[in-house]
Design a protein around this ligand. Structure first.
Ligand SMILES: [Zn+2]
Length: 848
C-alpha cells in the first residue's frame, strides 16, 4: 500500500488549508458534477436491526403454519433463502398484521410502498426484481468499461500464443471466459474435432480455441524466451555476490540483449490531449468532415463516468440492497463451510493422488509488491555492508555542493560497517506505524536517513541507480532459484517531468533487469499537492501529460523511445498509490477539468482513477491496433477511505490491491464476487498499518468465493525471511487454518490475476486455464481439486442466474438446488453446463 520511497517528498504531505476555496465562481469554466460519497457501509447498528427484524419475524411465524396467501412484502431482501417462489400454491405463511408490524420497524427500507393485502406476490416480486435489476445494471456498467478499455481476456496481443484463438465479446471476461458463457457451441465443435475428455468434472471440456475466427495477432514472442518445461536453475553467472556487479560474459541463451530487439516503425495516426484531459487518437488517413475531427476510439467521458459512478453508489447505499447482499454473502460463506464438511476427504484424496505436486511446487505470483522494498532487511543490510567494505571510494552522491564517496557518507553518519545492524537500519514497521501512514513512509529511510535511501533505493540518482540494479539482480536470482515464486514489482512514475519514462526504461535495459520470474507494474503516486507545492507542476493536466504523453509517442513511433518500447513489453499494467485514509476535502461542488485544476489540493481518488482509466483505455485501443501489448489497471484500493474508492475501481479496474474495506460494504462486495474481480490481499501489511491480523477479512472473502490472492506488499518492512511470499502463506495457513487445498486455490488465483503471458500461464495452470470451473483446471499442475472449482463455478452461476433472472431464489436445500438445476437444464443450452456441474457436485456429495 505504500508510496514508493523513491520520492523524498512523499514523507511529508501536510494537509494544506486552501486559501482559495472554490473555483466555480469563475465564469465560463467547464465543470464536472462529482457525486457525493454515499454511505454504502453496513455497520453494527444495521446488523443489529436486521437481527431484531429476523427474531420478530421468526416469533410471528411460529404460531401460523397454515398456508396462507399473505406474504412479507418488505422482508423480501431479508429472508431470501427461505422464501418460496411466487406462485399460487406456496406462499410464506404470514398474517397481514405481521407484515405491518415489521414494516414499521424496517429502517432499511423507508421508501418502500406498503404491500396491498390482496396482491402480495406481485408486489413482492416486483420489489425484488427491481433490486436485482439494479445489480444487473451495475454488472453491465462494468462490462462496458472493461470492453472499452480492452482489459479482458483476448484483448491483449500477449494472450495469443499460437493456440489461443479470438473469442467474441459475449465470452470475454476479465479473469477468463465468462462463467455464464454458453459453451455448448464449442462443445459440439469440439466433439467433431477430437475425442472429448471424459472425466466426471470436466463436463464442459470446451475446446474454445477451436471456435471463432483465426487469431487477429501473430503468436506473441516472449523475449527473453521463457525456460523450457523442465528446467533447473543453473548458476550461469557464477557466484553472484555484491562484488560481482556485472554478470560474467558467459552469455546464456536466454539472456536479454537489447540489440536483438525488434523496433517497429511509425504509424500514420495522430494523438492529442483534449479539453477534458484525455488523450485521443485520430485516424488521419480518413479525416472527418469539416473542422471537427472525431476520435478513433470511443472512450467514456468523465461526465458519463461520474453518472455511472453515482448510479452504483446509489445502489450500494440502498438499505434493502445492502441487507440483501449481506444475506447472500453470509449464505455463500456458509455454503462453502457446508461444502468443506462434506468434501474434505474427497479433496484430500484427490490431492494425494497427484504425483509430484504439492504446496511448494505450485506456481505462486506475488501480485502486489513494491520493487524498492522487495528485498528483506537482512538482504539490504548485507548489501550495504559489502558495499562499505569493498567499494568505499565510489562517488555516490552530490550533496550540499560536494561529491561524497560512500565512506564519507558513512563518516558523516558516524557509523562503521560493523556497527550496522537490523536495529540501526530500523526499517521494520512495528506497532508505532499502526494507523500512522506518515510514520510508515519514513520507514523507507535506512537508519532514518534519506541519504541512504537516495543512494541504495533509487533508480535515478548520481550513480544512475547502479546499486539498486545490483540489489535487484540478487533478488531476481533468489526468485529464480526458488523457481515457483514469481513477482509483479511496482516501479514508480511520478508525473513530475516528461523524461521519467525514458530514464526508467534505460535503467531496466542498461542493467538487463530481466527475469523469467518477474513482470513489472507502474505505480503512479497521487502526490499532486506535493509537486504543486514545490512548483514542479502548475495544473493537474501537467501530471497527465508527463505520465501519458511518452506512452502515446512510443505507440505512434517506437523508434522515438526504443528502450521504452522494449521495456513496456514486460509491463503488465498500472497501479496508483497513496495513503487512502487521508481525508478528501470537498472544496468544489463541481470539479474543474485537469487543465483548470490549479488549487493546492489533490483531486479526489475517483477523479485520479478516471484519468488513469481513460488514458489507459485510449492507449490500449491504439496499441492493440498496432499489435503492441496492452495494459490493465490494478490500483491500490479499499485499504482505507470512502466507499467511492472501491466503487470507482469496480467500474474501471481489472483487479485491485487490498480491498479490506469491502467487508463493510456488502453490496459492493457482492458485486466484486459476481464479477470475480481479483483482490490481492496482504494481511501482514494490513496488520502493521490498518487492521490487525485476526480481524482481516481474507478468510471470509475466501469462503464467500471472492477471487482473492495473497501478496506481500513490502517485504522490507513486514517480512523476516528470504521467501516473503511463503512467509505470507505460512502465517495465513496457521492463523486462518487454511487447508492445503485452499492454499493451492489461493496460489492458482494469484497466477490468474497476474499479467504473465498466455504461454506461461498455460504451462503453470493447464492448457485451458481460462475456462470456468473444473474445465479450466489441471490438478497435475495446480493441485486444486476439481470438485472445489466445480463447486465454486456452480455457486457463482446460481448467483448470476439469480441476478439475471430477476426472480426470487428457490433454494431450500442442496438437493433442491441440484434438482432445480437439472430441471432447468433441459430448457436451455446454457444450463446444460450447470447441470453437468450440478451432477458432478451431486456425485461428489452423495456418492459416498
Ligand atoms: Zn502496496
Amino acid at each position: 500500500m505504500s508510496i514508493d520511497p523513491t520520492s523524498p517528498e512523499a514523507n511529508s504531505t501536510p494537509e494544506q488549508i486552501p486559501d482559495v476555496i472554490v473555483n466555480n465562481d469563475r465564469p465560463h469554466i467547464p465543470e464536472l458534477r462529482i457525486p457525493e460519497a454515499r454511505d454504502g457501509f453496513f455497520g453494527y447498528t444495521e446488523e443489529k436491526s436486521l437481527q431484531q427484524l429476523e427474531e420478530r419475524y421468526l416469533l410471528h411465524r411460529r404460531g401460523s403454519d397454515a398456508p396462507s396467501d399473505k406474504t412479507a412484502g418488505l422482508l423480501s431482501g431479508l429472508k431470501l433463502t427461505t422464501i418460496p417462489p411466487p406462485g399460487p400454491s406456496t406462499v410464506t405463511p404470514r398474517s397481514p398484521t405481521d407484515a405491518h408490524s415489521d414494516t414499521d420497524d424496517d429502517e432499511n427500507s423507508p421508501n418502500r410502498t406498503h404491500p396491498e393485502p390482496h396482491k402480495p406476490e406481485s408486489i413482492l416480486s416486483s420489489e425484488f426484481s427491481t433490486l436485482l435489476q439494479s445489480f444487473q445494471r451495475c454488472l453491465d456498467l462494468r462490462d462496458k468499461y472493461m470492453l472499452k478499455s480492452r482489459q479482458r481476456l483476448g484483448d491483449d496481443p500477449r494472450h495469443y500464443d499460437g493456440h489461443f484463438h479470438q473469442i467474441n465479446d459475449e465470452h470475454a471476461g476479465v479473469a477468463g471466459i465468462r462463467p455464464d458463457s454458453d459453451l455448448s457451441g464449442f462443445l459440439k465443435k469440439n466433439q467433431d474435432d477430437q475425442v472429448p475428455n471424459n472425466t466426471t468434472e470436466n463436463q464442459e471440456n470446451g475446446g474454445v480455441q477451436d471456435e471463432g475466427p483465426s487469431p487477429p495477432f501473430n503468436p506473441w514472442k516472449i523475449y527473453p524466451e521463457p525456460p523450457p518445461p523442465h528446467w533447473h536453475w543453473t548458476d550461469k553467472e557464477k557466484v553472484v555476490s555484491s562484488s560481482n556487479r556485472h554478470p560474467s560474459p558467459g552469455q546464456a541463451a536466454d539472456e536479454f540483449n537489447f540489440e536483438e530487439c525488434e523496433i517497429p516503425g511509425g504509424h500514420e495516426w495522430s494523438f492529442k490531449i483534449d479539453d477534458t484531459g484525455v488523450y485521443q487518437v485520430y485516424d488521419d488517413t480518413h479525416p472527418g468532415e469539416g473542422e471537427t475531427k472525431k476520435p478513433a476510439f470511443d472512450i467514456p467521458g468523465i461526465r458519463e463516468y461520474f453518472v455511472d459512478l453515482d448510479y452504483v453508489l446509489a445502489v450500494i447505499a440502498d438499505g434493502p440492497t445492502k441487507s440483501f447482499a449481506f444475506r447472500r454473502l453470509k449464505y455463500l460463506a456458509s455454503k462453502f463451510t457446508m461444502y468443506s464438511l462434506l468434501n474434505e476427504f474427497q479433496e484430500l484424496t484427490d490431492m494425494k493422488s497427484v504425483p509430484h505436486r504439492d504446496f511448494y511446487n505450485v506456481r505462486k505470483v506475488d501480485t502486489h509488491v513494491h520493487h524498492s522494498s522487495s528485498m528483506n532487511q537482512k538482504h539490504l543490510l548485507r548489501f550495504i555492508k559489502s558495499k562499505m567494505k569493498r567499494s568505499p571510494n565510489d562517488v555516490v552522491i552530490f550533496r550540499d555542493g560536494a561529491y561524497l564517496t560512500l565512506e564519507q557518507v558513512f563518516q558523516s553518519l558516524k557509523l562503521t560497517a560493523y556497527e550496522l545492524s537490523i536495529d540501526t537500519l530500523d526499517m521494520h514497521a512495528h506497532s508505532d506505524s499502526f494507523h500512522r501512514f506518515d510514520k510508515f513512509n519514513l520507514k523507507y529511510n535506512p537508519i532514518g536517513e534519506s541519504r541512504l535511501r537516495e543512494i541504495f533505493l533509487k533508480t535515478d540518482n548520481y550513480i544512475r541507480g547502479r546499486y539498486l540494479a545490483e540489489l535487484t539482480r540478487e533478488v531476481m536470482i533468489d526468485l529464480e532459484q526458488s523457481k515457483y515464486q514469481n513477482c509483479e514489482w511496482r516501479l514508480s512514475i511520478y508525473g513530475r517531468s516528461i523524461d521519467e519514462w525514458d530514464k526508467l526504461a534505460k535503467w531496466i535495459v542498461r542493467n538487463k533487469l530481466y527475469s523469467h520470474n518477474v513482470r513489472w507494474l507502474i505505480q503512479i503516486p497521487r502526490l499532486y499537492e506535493v509537486y504543486k507545492a514545490n512548483g514542479s507542476v502548475k495544473t493537474f493536466e501537467d501530471i497527465v501529460i508527463n505520465v501519458f504523453q511518452p506512452l502515446f509517442e512510443v505507440t505512434k513511433d517506437p523508434r522515438s523511445h526504443p528502450e521504452l518500447h522494449v521495456f513496456l513489453q514486460r509491463v503488465v499494467g498500472f497501479d496508483t498509490v497513496d495513503d487512502e485514509s487521508k481525508v478528501e476535502r470537498r472544496i468544489h461542488k463541481k470539479f474543474p477539468y485537469p487543465r483548470l485544476w490549479d488549487t493546492n489540493l489533490s483531486p479526489p481518488y475517483s477523479y485520479w482513477v478516471y484519468y488513469m482509466f481513460a488514458n489507459i483505455a485510449s492507449l490500449n485501443n491504439w496499441r492493440r491496433l498496432r499489435g503492441f501489448n496492452t495494459f490493465v489497471f490494478r490500483p491500490h484500493c479499499g485499504e482505507a477511505g470512502d466507499t467511492d474508492h472501491l466503487t470507482s475501481a469496480f467500474l474501471t479496474s481489472h483487479s485491485i490491491s487490498h480491498g479490506i474495506l469491502l467487508r463493510k460494504v456488502p453490496a459492493l462486495q457482492y458485486l466484486f464476487y459476481l464479477k470475480q474481480i481479483g483482490i490481492a490481499m496482504s494481511p501482514l501489511s494490513n496488520n502493521a498499518l490498518f487492521l490487525t491480523y485476526e480481524r482481516n477479512p481474507l478468510p471470509d472473502f475466501f469462503k464467500t468465493g471472492l477471487n482473492v490472492s495473497l501478496s506481500t506488499d513490502d517485504p522490507l518492512q513486514f517480512h523476516f525471511t528470504k521467501e516473503p511470499l511463503l512467509e505470507e502463506y505460512s502465517v495465513a495457513a496457521h492463523i486462518y487454518k487454511l487447508p492445503q487445498s485452499s492454499l493451492a486455490e489461493l496460489a492458482r488465483n494469484s497466477v490468474i490475476q497476474s499479467g504473465f503471458e498466455m504461454e506461461v500461464k498455460r504451462h503453470w495452470l493447464g492448457h485451458e486455464w481460462y475456462l470456468p470451473g473444473a474445465a479450466g483446471n489441471d490438478i497435475n499442475k495446480t493441485n486444486v481439486p476439481d470438485i472445489r472449482l466445480a463447486f465454486r463455478h456452480q455457486t457463482l452461476l446460481e448467483e448470476l442466474n439469480l441476478v439475471r433472472s430477476g426472480e426470487m431464489p428457490q433454494i431450500n436445500s442442496v438437493s433442491a438446488e441440484v434438482t432445480s438445476e437439472q430441471q432447468r437444464a433441459g430448457k436451455s443450452p446454457r444450463n446444460s453446463l450447470d447441470a453437468g456441474a450440478a451432477r458432478a457436485m451431486a456425485q461428489a456429495q452423495y456418492s459416498r
